[in-house]
Design a protein around this ligand. Structure first.
Ligand SMILES: *Cc1c(COP(=O)(O)O)cnc(C)c1O
Length: 413
């Protein structure tokens, strides 16, 4: 089944009871059992069935099956936010004394989460750039997991997943890829060797900013051992799904990380149109990034689709002929960035990505405001940076909007 077809039919068919074409919304907390013996059997994993929507829910399970199918994973857990999916992955894997290696140009919320894990004795080393050699140098005997984003938000670096996966396999570490920016449309990290994939479904999967959500997909390739991952010991008897079962029966369940059924429904609908949206968005992003390179007022354009981008070759080899939905531009000063944002008419100033609308943001004064200027630079956030998450507007209108807004830029800043 080709990708566009799989978005509609992969892991999914009409509802068996009434033939509803869309997933029925099971907007309920609990599920009645026929007998006490039945409920006992479900709790003991001897019989499939639903008990309580914090653990599993039919609408949410339907979404999980579809996304696991698309990513080529053995299963998934859908969470109440992208951050919850990252949290569940790390709490499921790591314990006190373990170390995490992370790319440095990642989403601000994830960076902040990793910083606070230090209080629990889990240390994160932020690797300065996305080269495999830089990750290799940072490994210690305590490194249990490596975290990267498919396309760093907002640094827009593109790590080579196949090479990183080989490195992780050699060190017995789990490679976690937050593929929110690439979506399953640009590539499937599991096929390249990644172990766990995360999406903030709030973004391009949902597509209209109508529901916060996240999902974690397990590729089923890790050979779990109690030596490396002691917390998985009780689950090793389940074989490859050991980690997913640990999540479902403890971390995911006990952290209350569940996705609401209504959100699973909205995300399922979003998923069905993702290919046409992403194709259009990536085409427009390339067109805008290319044109803006020459435009007065623009100091620098960053987009993986430009041959000037340091990871252009990786992106070209790894992605499906597209280069992602986001670009950034620099306009000289903080004040210029504000002036351009305020002058844009077709773009919406919002701290979000992956909407049907084009969203623009000044990251330094918003998502990254709590970091020092020096730390922001390490994260790829200079003071004059504008982030653009491209939407579905006509590309000529967007280009004209930028051309006009950039006239507010004062040179010499
Ligand atoms: C938005 C985002 C997240 C966090 O997702 P939420 O759904 O907002 O919790 C994580 N990673 C990336 C790359 C993101 O863009």
């Amino acid at each position: 089944m080709k990708f566009d077809t799989a978005l509609l039919h992969g892991g999914y068919g009409p509802d068996k009871s009434h033939g509803a074409t869309l997933p029925p919304i099971s907007q309920n907390t609990a599920f009645a059992a026929d007998t006490a013996e039945d409920l006992e059997a479900i709790f003991a994993n001897r019989k499939p069935g639903f008990v309580y929507s914090r653990v599993a829910n039919p609408t949410v399970s339907s979404f999980e099956r579809r996304i696991a199918y698309l990513e080529g994973g053995i299963g998934a857990v859908a969470c109440n936010s992208g951050m919850a999916a990252v949290t569940v992955a790390l709490f499921g894997l790591l314990q006190q004394g373990d170390e995490l290696l992370s790319a440095s140009g990642i989403f601000g919320g994830t960076h902040s989460l990793f910083d606070s894990l230090a209080d629990l004795g889990i240390h994160t080393t932020f690797v300065p750039d996305s080269r495999v050699a830089s990750f290799e140098k940072a490994f210690t005997e305590h490194t249990k997991a490596v975290f990267v984003e498919s396309i760093g938000n907002p640094k827009l670096d593109v790590p080579d997943i196949a090479a990183l996966a080989k490195l992780c396999d050699a060190h017995g570490a789990v490679l976690i890829v937050d593929a929110t920016m690439a979506t399953p449309m640009l590539y499937r990290p599991i096929a390249l060797g990644a172990h766990l994939v995360i999406h903030s479904t709030s973004k391009f999967i949902n597509g209209s900013s109508s529901a916060i959500g996240g999902v974690l997909i397990d590729g089923g390739r890790v050979k779990w051992t109690a030596e490396r991952f002691p917390a998985l010991k009780p689950y090793l008897k389940f074989g490859p799904p050991a980690f997913l079962i640990r999540l479902r029966e403890s971390i995911y369940r006990d952290h209350g990380a569940c996705m609401p059924p209504m959100h699973a429904y909205l995300n399922s609908i979003g998923l069905e149109t993702m290919a046409v949206r992403m194709e259009r968005i990536c085409d427009t992003a390339l067109k805008l990034a290319t044109a803006l390179q020459q435009m007065p007022g623009v100091k620098e354009i960053n987009y993986p689709g430009l041959s000037s981008h340091p990871d252009h070759d990786v992106a070209k080899a790894q992605f499906n002929g597209q280069f992602g939905p986001m670009f950034t531009l620099r306009v000289g000063t903080w004040e210029n960035a504000f002036a351009v944002l305020n002058a844009l008419k077709c773009c919406t100033i919002a701290s979000n990505i992956g909407d049907a609308r084009t969203l623009v943001l000044h990251p330094a004064s918003s998502i990254y405001h709590e970091y020092s200027k020096e730390d922001r630079l390490k994260m790829g956030v200079p003071d004059d940076l504008i982030r653009v998450s491209v939407g579905l507007e006509d590309s000529d209108d967007l280009l004209e909007d930028f051309r006009t807004a950039l006239q507010t830029v004062k040179e010499g800043g």
